[in-house]
Design a protein around this ligand. Structure first.
Ligand SMILES: NC(=O)c1ccc[n+]([C@@H]2O[C@H](COP(=O)([O-])OP(=O)(O)OC[C@H]3O[C@@H](n4cnc5c(N)ncnc54)[C@H](O)[C@@H]3O)[C@@H](O)[C@H]2O)c1
Length: 255
């Protein structure tokens, strides 16, 4: 019987890549995205790999939507082995231009959305007699503050704090870890580039290029690089690891 994973925000980008990789690893996968069409497209890609998948549209910052995702998962598969709380947004603004609404919006998705998904997963995993795995999405911006990303950095540091606190509370029944991508070539970075380039005084499209120059591994990061790490965190090879936040960035931030 296949293990079951939920990946939030998996209609595109890093989440999609993780969902496909977990399917290749033998998981049945629940694909969640705000846009139902995107979720259904990825669910079909997973079925083509040979695993079962369902698409559930929903906003992770909404408790009713979160409850629906977990209820539908258990109704369909009867269990949950892994949660990947991947959904997130970015806001690029100088700190002094950032508004209270910006702060509320980004914390409601990146932090509250992750927290709500984690506790819904924990409630289900505690009922089971197998080891549960909760895997949260932080960032290099959750290890080091980046200019023009103050609110975003705050949310990603908060996700690391949440990861440690839940690891302490849920052991030894559930492991809780985080993955911290670097500068990944996704639609999110296209949006970041649009807003960041003027602050850096470079042409639009050049912020990504400029930031990617720091990558020691000498090439821009792909979503699949992140999926490799999450595959490990979802596998039995990481059963003895909890409370950690692993960077996969090709060597930008070292600590
Ligand atoms: N791209 C990067 O360089 C980078 C670096 C570090 C961390 N991250 C993090 O990785 C995760 C994925 O980023 P990405 O680059 O693939 O972004 P993306 O914008 O390409 O994809 C994000 C996905 O999350 C979904 N999403 C957003 N808000 C949601 C909500 N409220 N409810 C449900 N789904 C929601 C979107 O619909 C989309 O499918 C995010 O948490 C992001 O902060 C990205």
């Amino acid at each position: 019987m296949s293990k079951v994973a939920i990946v939030t925000g998996s209609g595109r980008g890093i989440g999609r890549s993780i969902a496909l990789r977990l399917a290749k690893d033998g998981f049945d996968v629940v694909v969640n995205a705000r846009n139902p069409k995107n979720a259904e497209k990825v669910a079909k890609e997973i079925e083509a790999i040979g695993q079962t998948s369902i698409a559930i549209a929903g906003d992770v910052s909404n408790e009713k939507d979160i409850n629906n995702i977990f209820e539908e998962t258990v109704k369909k598969f009867g269990k949950l082995d892994v949660l990947v709380a991947n959904a997130g947004i970015c806001i690029v603004k100088s700190a002094i231009e950032t508004t209270p609404d910006d702060i509320d919006k980004i914390f409601s998705i990146n932090f509250k959305g992750t927290f709500l998904a984690d506790i819904a997963a924990a409630k289900q995993m505690k009922k089971q007699d197998t080891l549960g795995k909760i895997i949260n999405c932080s960032s290099i911006a959750g290890h080091s503050g980046f200019g023009y990303l103050a609110a975003y950095s705050g949310t990603k540091f908060a996700v690391r704090g949440l990861t440690q606190a839940l690891a302490a509370e849920l052991a030894p029944k559930i492991t809780v870890n985080a993955y911290c991508p670097g500068i990944v070539d996704t639609d999110m970075w296209k949006e970041i580039d649009e807003s960041l380039a003027p602050y850096l005084g470079v042409e639009k499209g050049q912020a990504f290029t400029q930031y990617s120059k720091q990558i020691l591994m000498g090439r821009p990061q792909k979503p699949e690089d992140v999926a490799d790490l999450v595959s490990f965190l979802a596998s039995p090879n990481s059963d003895y690891i909890t409370g950690q936040a692993f960077i996969s960035d090709g060597g930008i931030v070292m600590n």
